[in-house]
Design a protein around this ligand. Structure first.
Ligand SMILES: [Zn+2]
Length: 256
């Protein structure tokens, strides 16, 4: 019955999509157009995505798998950094849709992909906090949104143990060498983390300056081991490394 209703709905949507995209949005404000490409596909959306974008995201996830961080590249106090996607194309669109269009549904494909990230014996998820100003503007902290969704799905507790101190300039507006300085002492831990193995959750991992500060605060609060789960990892050169495309196909098969 539900399937039949879905079928009728998707046909109606496809027909309406040809008539008028705007009318469609008025009639079905959510879950009609793909979160990434904004098309209204004939098929049903999967987590708000059309089939083509689901496949593109799978390919991006496979690319990211071969892009593991070497131990030497990790920020101080951080044992591992795992990201679900490289920060580009559809993955970048999803993060931007979540943050700047404030569409929480864009978090779903992100945290679903993060569920596949390898974790060990970690006990608690801690979201990277945002500034009070940003929280007020956006209405939510996207890192906390991801952490709670992951926590629910993995049956892991989430502790919003970190808070920002003061209002720093947006990291994205600063050159790499100034990012660390801008953030120094910007976070504190509001409770004891004594002996805990923690996964820090963030939306985008860029230079590691933000999670480095978060890890320092957690370490001061007694955390034993700290790793990072990010939805996406920015590319070092902002471009598209050749080796990823070469390896994408082979690793795709290993994902199971
Ligand atoms: Zn799409």
């Amino acid at each position: 019955m539900e399937k039949r209703a879905d079928n009728i709905k998707s046909r109606l949507i496809a027909w309406l999509g040809r008539v008028d995209g705007l009318l469609l949005n008025l009639l079905f404000p959510e879950g009609v157009t793909c979160l990434c490409c904004n098309r209204a596909p004939k098929e049903n959306l999967e987590d708000g995505l059309c089939e083509a974008c689901v496949q593109a995201l799978d390919a991006l996830a496979a690319q990211q798998e071969v892009r593991r961080m070497k131990h030497a590249d990790l920020p101080e106090n951080i044992a591992f950094v795992c990201a679900a996607f490289p920060y580009r194309d559809q993955a970048r669109t999803l993060v931007r849709t979540l943050k700047f269009k404030r569409m929480k549904s864009a978090a779903v494909p992100l945290w679903r992909a993060m569920l596949l990230l390898p974790s060990g014996d970690e006990e608690v998820l801690v979201p990277v906090p945002t500034t009070k100003k940003r929280l007020k503007e956006r209405g939510f902290n996207q890192a906390a949104l991801l952490a709670h969704a992951l926590g629910d799905a993995l049956g892991m507790p989430v502790e919003e143990a970190l808070e920002r101190v003061g209002e720093q300039e947006a990291q994205a507006s600063l050159p790499v060498d100034q990012r660390k300085e801008n953030l120094r002492g910007c976070m504190r831990c509001t409770c004891s983390m004594e002996g805990k193995r923690v996964i820090l959750v963030d939306d985008v991992y860029t230079t590691g300056a933000t999670v480095g500060e978060a890890a320092r605060a957690l370490r001061e609060a007694g955390a034993k081991r700290i790793g990072v789960f990010a939805a996406a990892q920015a590319l070092e050169d902002g471009g598209r490394p050749e080796f990823m495309r070469i390896h994408a196909k082979t690793t795709r098969n290993d994902r199971g």
